[in-house]
Design a protein around this ligand. Structure first.
Ligand code: 13P
Length: 261
């Protein structure tokens, strides 16, 4: 079976200016060093506001920290008269490894559809950036027990038209909306149910081999105290972490989850 390197990705959302970003990234690097973290065992990434990207890039490259970085959104357009947008080529120039697309907050507050998310993912892939594509059901869907069917519908939409070589560079993040920022983490079994179903669907859409190497993250109130049980699930390959990623020591402990068990 393909070995999937775990990934802990901190989604800072709209927190921390570029000065504060410097402090947090430094503290994170020191905390990882204190824990003697071996980057081969789990990758670390920070997904920061656009205004922090250049600072974070120069700091990490200059200090050779074992941390990758990325943005939280990308335009569907490549260049032109699109006021306020940031393009994939611009992010690629900043050596972004990742970009979040289709976060539930963007779906909710900016009306983003699976079709738009799909177009954004294609832009990122076309410029060598791995999209972290978010899917996840709201509370009403969970309460009706339709979470698997709902999320698989999103997966079909966000992956539509991708070539296998593109799909191989995608990361999917299952973020149940009712668990985001609420302190109400999904149970490990809830996370596994949906992440496992996503992997099976990717196998149907592409191939079993591709599905086995694809990383699937869980997101929603993940923190150091629940990460070990989540990571014990066979189809959970990491976490997309909001609040807890703003605390350097807490996030470093999540990255080093193998030592917490
Ligand atoms: P919290 O970890 O704060 O619940 O946020 C999850 C999230 O939305 C990450 O993208």
């Amino acid at each position: 079976m393909a070995q999937r390197q775990p990934l802990m990705a901190g989604n800072w959302k709209m927190n921390l200016d570029h000065i504060e970003a410097t402090g947090l990234v430094q503290k994170l690097a020191w905390s990882l060093a204190d824990l003697r973290h071996d980057p081969a065992r789990c990758e670390t990434a920070v997904l920061v506001p656009f205004t922090d990207l250049r600072t974070v890039q120069l700091l990490i490259e200059g200090e050779r920290y074992p941390i990758r970085w990325g943005a939280q959104d990308v335009s569907v357009h490549q260049v032109g008269a699109y006021t306020g947008e940031v393009s994939a080529p611009m992010l690629a120039k900043l050596n972004c490894a990742y970009v979040v697309v289709g976060h539930s907050e963007r779906r909710e507050y900016h009306g983003e559809t699976d079709q738009l998310v799909n177009a954004k993912a294609k832009q990122a892939l076309g410029h060598g950036i791995q999209p972290i594509i978010c899917v996840g059901e709201k509370l009403a869907v969970r309460q009706s027990g339709d979470q698997v069917a709902f999320v698989l519908g999103q997966v079909d939409g966000v992956l539509a038209g991708l070539q296998p070589d593109e799909a191989a560079n995608v990361i999917l993040a299952y973020e149940p909306v009712w668990a985001i920022g609420t302190g109400q983490v999904a149970t490990p079994a809830d996370a596994q149910e949906v992440c496992g179903a996503i992997r099976s669907r990717v196998a149907e859409l592409f191939s079993a081999q591709l599905a086995q190497s694809l990383r699937i993250l869980y997101g929603g109130s993940a923190k150091a105290s629940n990460i070990v049980d989540l990571m014990a699930q066979p189809d959970v390959d990491g976490a997309l972490v909001g609040g807890a990623s703003l605390q350097a020591e807490e996030f470093a402990r999540m990255v080093a989850f193998q030592t917490l068990a």
